[in-house]
Ligand binder design. Structure first.
Ligand SMILES: *[C@@H]1O[C@H](CO)[C@@H](O)[C@H](O)[C@H]1NC(C)=O
Ligand SMILES: *[C@@H]1O[C@H](CO)[C@@H](O)[C@H](O)[C@H]1NC(C)=O
Ligand SMILES: *[C@@H]1O[C@H](CO)[C@@H](O)[C@H](O)[C@H]1NC(C)=O
Ligand SMILES: *[C@@H]1O[C@H](CO)[C@@H](O)[C@H](O)[C@H]1NC(C)=O
Length: 358
């Protein structure tokens, strides 16, 4: 009798503990989701359309109408551009070009990094870390930064600095559109135009955001056995909801895009593709109505071409949420967002030091 009484007590205590930890777990989960959303609000290019994964109600808590874009360069209040929320992504020309960059050698992989003109800090972080890995397993890798025109008041000074930086490193491409968040689709299409014009002989390209950690060796290893054509991979979002609340960061009205779901697309933080796709996507972009969400737009163009996206061989290779640093984990992944440029640099450096990974 007493024993069973005690057991009941223990059981109910256990249940109570269980409930408590469940509540705590739920609260922690919500807090960490909020944290990540805030991290992404501050992330430079915002192309990781992460919250398309989340329900609209959650998403709507963010007031985005005054988001600063382009890494703090321009802070113009957002006015909805008409009619498609993006200038037609066509007929831009290069102010700074590197036409030889991809032609003189047989380049295996080109890393294309969209970045705001004034964000030299991000470029320098990459130049001192994964951007230095130009030869992996006999494969030649090219690294290029892609910017538009500075839009801020000190744009003349910025432009001068950019020209000097370009003289020094010869790794910058600049096209003559205004560099702003709502012009990222233009940036991506310009990137594809450049690849198809100056980089025909390369095998693969990756579009990667400047705030990412990249493990170049693992990327090359994934690509060695990959298909040579019609191949695009990354963190593939399938059946992502179109956000219909005007206050949400990625709002698209029905008049611009009527289906409830987007076609599959690879999250903009980092996607890899075979180079034949550059030309095909440029052609498709002349027919597919542009939207400002660049990764979604590439998904729409892939859909138009009838080419399916490929999931990466392992679900943990591409990471939309910053992965806590641990040598073992980082020795196995390909790309992850980071919380700061300093993390990006520190993690890469630690991974280069000798010693076992796991
Ligand atoms: C969101 O920002 C807009 C533009 O600054 C402002 O008018 C509006 O009151 C804000 N809404 C909320 C809920 O903070
Ligand atoms: C783009 O340029 C080409 C020739 O340079 C011209 O024929 C075409 O009309 C232009 N398209 C747009 C949309 O301006
Ligand atoms: C591209 O590849 C072809 C065939 O391998 C070669 O003949 C040509 O010289 C290459 N072009 C450049 C610019 O490297
Ligand atoms: C995008 O760039 C074009 C060309 O420079 C410019 O006319 C347009 O105002 C820009 N849009 C935004 C939202 O910055």
């Amino acid at each position: 009798m007493e024993v069973s009484e005690e057991r009941r007590q223990v059981q109910s205590n256990g249940r109570c503990r269980y409930h408590r930890s469940y509540v705590i777990f739920t609260i922690l989960l919500i807090l960490s989701l909020c944290y990540y959303i805030i991290v992404y609000e501050n992330s430079e290019t915002w192309t990781a359309t992460v919250s398309l994964f989340f329900p609209e109600t959650f998403h709507n808590k963010i007031n985005v109408s005054q988001t600063t874009v382009s890494g703090g360069i321009s802070a113009e209040p957002w006015k909805p551009p008409e009619p498609y929320y993006v200038a037609y992504p066509n007929n831009y020309s290069f102010v700074i070009n590197e036409p030889e960059k991809c032609q003189k050698e047989n380049v295996f992989l080109v890393l294309m990094i969209p970045v705001a003109p004034g964000n030299m800090a991000a470029r320098d972080a990459i130049r001192s870390t994964w951007g230095t890995e130009k030869l992996v397993a006999d494969k030649i890798i090219s690294v290029l930064f892609l910017t538009g025109l500075p839009t801020s008041q000190d744009s003349e000074k910025l432009q001068e600095d950019l020209l000097q930086e370009s003289e020094k490193y010869h790794d910058i491409l600049q096209s003559d559109f205004w560099d702003s968040y709502y012009n990222l689709t233009i940036k991506t299409v310009v990137m594809l135009e450049w690849l198809s014009a100056y980089c025909q002989n390369a095998s693969y390209a990756m579009k990667i955001d400047s705030d990412m950690f990249l493990n170049v060796k693992n990327l090359v290893n994934m690509l060695l056995p990959a298909p040579k054509q019609n191949y695009m991979t990354g963190l593939v979002a399938r059946s992502a909801m179109v956000l219909r609340n005007p206050h949400s960061k990625w709002y698209l009205p029905i008049t611009v895009y009527s289906p409830a779901l987007y076609p599959p697309y690879a999250l903009g933080l980092g996607y890899v593709f075979s180079l034949d796709l550059a030309g095909k996507l440029v052609k498709a972009a002349q027919l597919v109505k542009p939207v400002y969400i660049e990764d979604v737009y590439i998904g729409m163009c892939m859909n138009h071409l009838g080419i399916a996206l490929t999931d990466p061989p392992d679900g943990s290779l591409f990471n939309v949420f910053p992965v806590d640093y641990n040598r073992c984990r980082y020795s196995k992944l390909i790309a992850t967002t980071t919380r700061s440029l300093q993390n990006q640099v520190d993690f890469w450096r630690d991974l280069q030091t000798p010693g076992p990974y796991c």
